[in-house]
Design a protein around this ligand. Structure first.
Ligand SMILES: [Zn+2]
Length: 208
């Protein structure tokens, strides 16, 4: 898909193709590339997000993750798209703390992509939880017998917080401590990076 002349300051299409804009486009089907002929803005999340560095960088990570996960699947994903729009709306409306929205989005996106982590039962043998240890390479919580080198021991309640973020149980998530949120953010990004195998460019920019 190509949008011609969008860098011209007079371009009406260019102004509507800003980052974080949800747009409805009309395109002309070309031989190799389709051309954008008309753009209608549905929601412009860029302005509210640009007012807050933490929200802006968290948004960048969400866009990149969605792009990576949909290109991995090789086809447009309606579920990923709806998750992304919901998270951007929540982020620009400041419905929850930016880090919680980001981690909730990341965990849900990974689940939609088929890589749901476990936060209760052991990811290896299935022994009923709760367990304290988390091992990204195994796929989540691990019991004492399944622990392998590289596991983490987050603050108590961290895996419960991550489970709540995955399920969208915001009352539980909001009741978490700063320590649990920090540990949840660390485990979420190490799980994400493990799954994507390569580091996301913008992830280290997010201030926690
Ligand atoms: Zn086990």
């Amino acid at each position: 898909m190509v949008a011609r002349g969008v860098r011209r300051t007079s371009s009406r299409i260019g102004g509507r193709l800003e980052p974080f804009s949800l747009v409805d486009i009309q395109a002309y089907e070309g031989r190799s590339l389709d051309s954008v002929t008309q753009v209608e803005t549905i929601s412009a999340f860029g302005a509210p997000l640009s007012a807050d560095y933490q929200r802006w960088t968290a948004g960048q990570v969400m866009l990149e993750t969605a792009e990576r996960l949909t290109s991995e699947e090789g086809e447009p994903s309606v579920q990923q798209f709806l998750l992304l729009v919901g998270a951007l709306r929540s982020m620009s409306g400041e419905e929850h703390e930016a880090g919680l929205i980001l981690d909730s989005f990341l965990l849900r996106s990974l689940s939609v992509a088929g890589w749901a982590p476990t936060f209760y039962d052991c990811a290896r043998c299935g022994e009923s939880g709760p367990h304290r240890a988390f091992h990204p390479a195994t796929g989540g919580a691990v019991c004492t017998t399944c622990r392998q080198p590289g596991y983490s021991m987050p603050a108590e309640g961290t895996l419960e917080l991550m489970g709540a973020l995955l399920e969208g149980e915001w009352d539980t998530a909001e009741a978490s401590t700063a320590r649990q949120r920090r540990d949840a953010a660390g485990l979420t990004s190490s799980y994400l990076q493990w799954q994507l195998e390569k580091n996301l460019r913008s992830l280290p920019l997010v201030e926690r």
